[in-house]
Structure formats: C-alpha cells, structure tokens
Design a protein around this ligand. Sequence first.
Ligand code: ATP
Length: 642
Amino acid sequence: MLYKKFIEFYEKIQGTSKRLDKTYILSKLLKTTEDEDIERVTLLVQGRVFPACDQREIGVAAKMIIKAISNATGYSSNSIENYWRKLGDLGKVAEELTEKKKQSKLFSKELSVRKVFDNLQKLAGVEGKSSVDIKIRIISELLSNASPKEALYIVRTVLSELRVGIGEGTLRDAIVWAFFPKVVGIFVKCPHCKNWVPNSNKCPECGSDLNTNFNDAVKEADGRILRVKEVEEIKNKEIKDYDFIICPDEKTAREVYNYIVNCVQDAYNILTDFALVSVEAKKGILSLKKVTLKPGRPVKVMLAIKVKTLKEGFSTVGKPAQLEYKYDGFRVHIHKWKNHVKVFTRRLEDVTHQFPDIVKAAENINADSFIVDGEAVGYDKRTGKSLPFQRISQRIKRKYDIDRMVNDLPVEVNLFDILFYNGESTLNKPLRERREILERIVKEKKGVIVLSTKLVTSSEKDARNFFNESISHSNEGIMFKNLNAPYKPGARVGYMVKYKQIMETLDLVIVGAEWGEGKRAKWLSSFYVACRDDNENILRIGKVASGLKEKREEGLSYDEVTEMLKPLIIKQQGRYVEVEPKIIVEVAYEEIQKSPEYESGFALRFPRIIRLRDDKPLDEISELNHIRELYENQRNRKTKDN
Ligand code: ATP
C-alpha cells in the first residue's frame, strides 16, 4: 500500500469525532490492505510501530528530527528552529518546508507503508557510537522522498505525537466489520448510495438518513449467504467466506453479531496486540478462537465486579465460594519460559527490570513454564506490616537505584491464579483445579512469595468473620470467586467479585490544570478531571484542588504531579493548560451533583485527590454510566434518610 493512501484514510478518521464513522472508515482501510501490510497498517493507525506491550522505543529526539529536516529540505537548523517556535509543532514544520523545498530532487520515489514502517522500526534497533548519525540518515531518507503531508505524518509518528483517538473498542469493531460477513439487520443497505453500512440514523458513507427495517434489509442481501437459526450453529463453523449472515429475527442477529465481536475481543485479551488479531481474523474465526497464551507476551488480567453485600457476593459466584483476602498492592503477572522470567503489570507494562526481587521470588515456583497472577504488596521491613499501594507505586516507574528500592521497599507476592502451566494454557480449567496446581508448585516463603489466604465456604457468618480478619491485616476487603469458572482475560464477567466497605471513589483522568498563585505559583495546583462514556469519549466532571501535599515526604505532591503533567501540555492559555489524558488519579468526594458546567453532566462536591492510579489504563477509568448509578443511589439514600 502506498503511504499516501494510508494517510488519506487516516485524515478521514481524524476528521470525524463520531465513533461509528471512525470505525467505518477504519474498517474500509483494513479491508483494502494487502495481507503483507496488515500488521503494519494496524499498528500505524494507532500511531505506533511496536505494539503497546513491546518495550522497544524509536528513541529519536527533536534535535535529530531538525537535522533530518535540514538534510531533506536544505534549510539550516537555525531557520528550522525558528519555524518550530512559530508553528509549535515539528510535524507542521516538516510539512511546510517540504512544500517549499529548496533542493528539488530529481528522482523521488513514492513511499510505501512498508518502507516508512520498516525504517521507523529500524530506528529502535540502532545502537552504539554513530547511532545518532545513522538515525538521522534513516529519517532524512524518508523525508527526502516524502510529500508535505507524508513528512508531517512521518515526523509525528517518529515523535509518538499522533493523536487520532482510536480506542480499543473502535479497532475491535473495525476488525469485525472488515473481515467477517455482514450480519443483516446490524448492517443494512443504504437506499441512496447502495453500500452496506452499520444500521444507525445516518449512513456513514453518504450521510443520508437511514430508515431500513430488518425485513427490508434481508430482502436486499445478495451474494454468498449463510442462514443461521440460532447463534449455537456458528460456534464451530468458519464464516469468513460468506458475504452475509441472515437470522430469523433481529434478536438472533444481535446475538450472532455479539458472538463475532466477542471472539475478536477474546483474542485481543490474550494477544494484547491488534496487529496480531488482524492477521488471525483475516485467516478466519476458527483461527481467532485458537489463539493462545505464550509466556513472554503479556495477557490482560481478569477483572472483578463490585458487590454491596456478602449475600450478593455469594449469589454472583455461587455456593460454596472461594473467599480471599483483598490485598492493597498492584497486580502482577509473572511469566516464565526456558531461562526467562518477565513481570507485567495490569497495564501490560514490562516491569521486570524494576522488580528483580519478584524475578527471584519466581524461583520458588516449580515448573518449566508458567504465567501466574497475583498482587505484589509492599511491607515495612521492621514491623512486617503491609504498606498502602501508594508507598510502593514509586517502584513501578523507577528505572535506577533499583537495589536500594528493593531493600527499602520490599514486596511480597500473593499469588491467586495460574493461566499457563508447563506448556499448556490453564484458562479453561475451573478455578478449583487452577488453585490446586498453584498449591502444588509454589514453595511459600513469607515476605517473598505466598498464596493468597483463602476460605471456601457457603456461610455468610464465616464470610463476615473472614472479612473482619482481612481488614485487621490492613487489607481492603475480600474477594469472592466462583470455584467452577474459567479464567477470562480482560473480562469483568462475575467469576470474581470484590467486597469492600469504604466509600466508593472514582478513578479519573487529568485533562487540564491551572498554575497556582502566591507560594504555589510554580506548581499546577488545580486539576480538571474526566471520566469516560461507553463510546470512548473523555468527559469532564470537575475541578479538584485539594488532596495533594506541599512536600514530597508527605505523599503525592503538587510538585510531582506538575512534573508529570508538564511534558503532556498540549495548549496553554493564561494560567490554564490543557494536557493529554494520561495521568489517572483516584478522587474522593462528598457528593455527586448534576451540573451543566461539565460535559459529563455531573460535578463533584468537595473532591480531593487520594492517590495516583498509575497502575490503571485509560480505558478502565470510571464510566459515566457507573457515575450516574452512584448519583441515583445517593438520591435514593437521601430520600430514605429524610
Ligand atoms: P477494578 O480492578 O475492578 O477496575 P480497582 O482497580 O479499583 O477496580 P479494586 O476495586 O481494588 O481495583 O479490585 C480489584 C483488584 O484487587 C484486582 O485487580 C487486584 O489487583 C486486587 N486484588 C487484591 N487481592 C486480590 C485477590 N485475592 N484476588 C484477585 N484480585 C485481588
């Protein structure tokens, strides 16, 4: 594929804020991509040349880009810096100067996606003395052959500054729409442009109103048709060679469509790389269903549902249930294969380097290969007491002085699950069996690696006692787990639930901030925070100015948060700055109120920041629906109290 064609699609995606339109355009891009480019295109649309779980970085500084633009356009570094100051964006500088190019090249080749992508990937592998020169040469070569638009996108990709806003859900749906038959009813034929498009108010292709009912859509389907009476019929069937799937009614059509979406989502939760998912999806749904774990490649963690009562805990997971202490640390997956051990966080970050103590702890697990799941909890060496997550969270980001950190802030790994054992996935074994394997292969060592404390019971009274016992050990509460359930990566399906007894807090992302006044003038001191809706939109819910400390020793400080936000500033206007939504904080509040002031429609009364949630990915921040629910509950409570 020509790079310029890729950019055309890319610009269209960028040009719309509607998720449906983005998904539709993206699915067309994936559909027109040749097999050999599918991995590259899937990564490039995310602004990446490596999947999120790959630690390699392009590693190119702005200075190198300036030199490369200079080589490619003939402008001096000084004048490029002047343009940069004026335009505020090196991508735009590259675009403008390529347009004005002084040295007209005689033979410029058209750039392909392959050439751009492979060269950018090469940048990460360049090391050694002359690495700067080599990197500049690689980028110069690309820029010399680039059109102005291409130059803009190349520079932004190199600097990881592409902000297209394609979330996981959009990419997943685009893969479904691109590679699988259209489920009639979910897709309809537009009466105006005659394209098959997702059924919504407006046709994403021509913009005209869509008003097609299910039966009319069925009449229009023409081509290779698979008729399906119920969703069970396609569970072990290859469907990729059909153009349409026709079901007897809308409800079944929805079930069939959801089944396909879930197959793609499940594969992603295991592979955690959409480029690999695209490749498998192109081969067919049976290939997708066969994807499996591979130690060394991170996998999503299984998530918990929250319950309000012990009774609800039992009714969700069934009786008897396995109860466990709910530790206040951070989630880790430890992988072992051959002589390698790797440690991943729930955000799929590789933190092996930061946790040599966890790597060593894994020696107490007796197996040739495994992926185990647990919570790493910091403790005070003198008293042996657990420390709150905030105290050890600094170890996750720390790149130097590791030995001192290991010594000052030791962690104990509390294992509670196993996903892979001696060459085979254990995802589909029931929890009961997975726990048995763990108990057999882990040699417990206090302060290093232990199994989570558990109790199998059907009694609410026992559960209450177990909860109190857990709290008295400085834990947050208890977990309830379904003994017969498999392990579902990435899913919140009710196989495990959490029961805590503290006020619900929100995990919100900082999207803006204001510089302080007086003695706080050097810090950003109030923060606009946002939640998300189920369409991946980030919506403001309030401004929080308390909770942070003036000194680092006292806890999360203004100065630390300011340092984190500075590189993320996108725009500045007087004292206000807008920042990229990357820093997630846990926010407590007195009450949720309705408010027209923020896009979410809600505001928080007396909000305060409790801690950083640097273990949480952006797509797991608090959802608007959940906030609405909290708001309603709060109102019910008030009416009862009055
Ligand atoms: P969520 O994970 O549901 O989005 P959250 O990040 O705020 O919410 P919690 O509400 O604290 O997390 O509950 C789930 C987390 O509890 C797990 O991700 C895990 O890190 C932690 N945890 C502690 N003890 C256990 C245990 N015994 N079994 C499973 N998870 C545990």
